[in-house]
Design a protein around this ligand. Sequence first.
Ligand SMILES: NC(=O)c1ccc[n+]([C@@H]2O[C@H](COP(=O)([O-])OP(=O)(O)OC[C@H]3O[C@@H](n4cnc5c(N)ncnc54)[C@H](OP(=O)(O)O)[C@@H]3O)[C@@H](O)[C@H]2O)c1
Length: 404
Amino acid sequence: MTKNKKQNIALIGLGCVGSGFYALQEKNDAIDVKYIVVKDKTKKRNAPAELIRFEYDSVLADADIEVIVELIDDAEVALDIARKALNAGKDVVSANKKMIANHLPELLDLAKQKGRIFRFEAAVCGSIPILQTLNNYLNGLAIESVSGILNGSSNYILSKMHKESLSFDSALQLAQTLGFAETDPTLDIGGFDAASKLRILSAFAFGRALKAEEVIQAGITGVEYRDLHYARQRQLRLKSLAFANPTGLAYVLPAFVKAEHASYGVEQEYNIAVVESDELGTQSFVGKGAGSIPTGKAVLEDVIAVARGEAYQIQLKEEPNDLKGEIEIYFRFPSALPPEIEFVEQKEVFRSTLVNYVVGIVSTASLRKASEYLQKPGYFLAVFPESLQVDEPEISVESRVLSL
Ligand SMILES: NC(=O)c1ccc[n+]([C@@H]2O[C@H](COP(=O)([O-])OP(=O)(O)OC[C@H]3O[C@@H](n4cnc5c(N)ncnc54)[C@H](OP(=O)(O)O)[C@@H]3O)[C@@H](O)[C@H]2O)c1
């Protein structure tokens, strides 16, 4: 873009994130939104009627449009838009974590091939600029892990259950009333949303674009009062924690964290992203992970970065997963301990007519098997994240030196 020329933009999607971005960009003289594409012809819009369109193909064909800001809630249509826009020689900004996590190598390659920029800060932790921090400031460091609370709805529910002793269902209902959780909350409380974000973080931190099945994942649906009681008695907090390291070990699981853990005091709908590196130790980034203005701000910053010609510098590599490791877990079960969950060591065994649980060390292979039980009634699992022991491979700083 030449200096002093406005950036011609088409915004696709004017929902929660799209409206936030649209409101914020109105104060920015360098941006000119030429079209806004939406779906529903009956909705009232907080934007000039002459900008509104109802199909995106003709907008993508307009040679004057330089940047497509894709903010719709349908991952398949979002992929179609991103592919077509990059192929048409346009830069793309998106917030669609599911689409990005599932197609990251393809879309980054396509952008590179076409000499275009593809950015998506809003897809991970909303207002926390964690992707650009990993891409710029932390680039070249030997990162040992990325972790955090990546889903505000789950965190809100667990906070309400812990602090106000609400049941899971009441806390979920409250989250939905306040707009923190979707009407269909499966993506949030099932851990899917956090898993998509973790896969993107892993790509930025380690160059590993994880496949969905590589993440050991379970949500918080099975949590009961007794699990929180266990945590309270031991001054622990229950969080939905995402974790990935350079070996390819990655999980989104309920976790009992101690007061010293970075995520311990992160409550309500807030997110935290934690980066551990050899050189800088622990760095924590806390902020709002969702919402119209917090997420719209991340989109705006991406649009500005596009104007400056700033493409992400990540280099993806394909490496087999080496999931050797052990971790301490709390595993609650209705009657008999499933035989395929092998404890290397059992530290605490509790049996009663009401509840049975074992606390002990399992391999990461058993952790995966245990996580599958969380969909069944009567089972619950939480990891003790500080107990994780992995055979860390040597991290080559050169392998993270960036190529695009
Ligand atoms: N909400 C958040 O806090 C948040 C945070 C981070 C990332 N994200 C991501 O941001 C994206 C947008 O989320 P959102 O919460 O803003 O969704 P939303 O409130 O449901 O809005 C979606 C928008 O997309 C439009 N749309 C859907 N299908 C379309 C199509 N085929 N053609 C044109 N427009 C279409 C809808 O049009 P109508 O208005 O006509 O219905 C609506 O304006 C999603 O990928 C989401 O995962 C959201």
